[in-house]
Write a protein that binds this ligand. Sequence first.
Ligand code: PEP
Length: 258
Amino acid sequence: MRRLLIIGNWKLNGNKNTITNLIITLVNTFDNISKCNVAIAPPVMYLDITKRYLLNSRIQLCAQNVDIHLSGSFTGDISAEMLQDLNVRYALIGHSERRIHHKENDAYIAKKFFILKKVGLIPILCVGENKREYDSGYTQSVCINQINTIITLLGIEAFKNSVIAYEPIWAIGSGASASPENAQLVHKSIRDYIASYDTSIADKITIQYGGSVTPENVTKFFDQKDIDGVLVGAASLNANSFSMIVQTAENHKKSYPA
Ligand code: PEP
């Protein structure tokens, strides 16, 4: 059975003080969470300090990025083994901000996917269309193409115990989320596409929605059959908002006991 997965992506925000305060509040607030999965993605600089506060908590750690190499002369990069060393469970790859600002393409993202699987971390593959593609009706083909590169290079098996996050680029940080009904259509097309290779992987894979999720709009996303959680940016930087989103997941009829 799929469980709702809520991830907070803190991006390039915070400092030692604000991150510590936020994590302490969340750990206390999420004490009773048992039916959904929750992870936070602090800036890499603060993964270690965050980890220490999460010791007896059900909140898991997510990295915002990973390099394609495990070690060597790659100044400034972070390896999947280093993340594993810090008990990181998930890593975001293919986020549109990295595709845009760092020119990461599908083939390069597939290498990140591969290295994460190799060390046993769970990739969260972000896919999604820009506004022009959305307006032209290319949403589903853009997402399928992004997923297809992984399937072609790594095989459908790579999606076992992996996560996909559908994040329309125009919805990220804009305050204008996709409509839950349209997001559902995209999620279903992704699941159907994976099912065309392997129905068991398709049934089990978690497909999150991301893009201007708030406590106010999140229930309608959870109500959709193929939406298995949310990837949250701005609202996850506010302890109240993020707690409300997680509590909504915990109370949702889709949530299952651990
Ligand atoms: C994101 O960057 O992944 C994201 C979903 O951001 P926001 O929630 O701020 O739109």
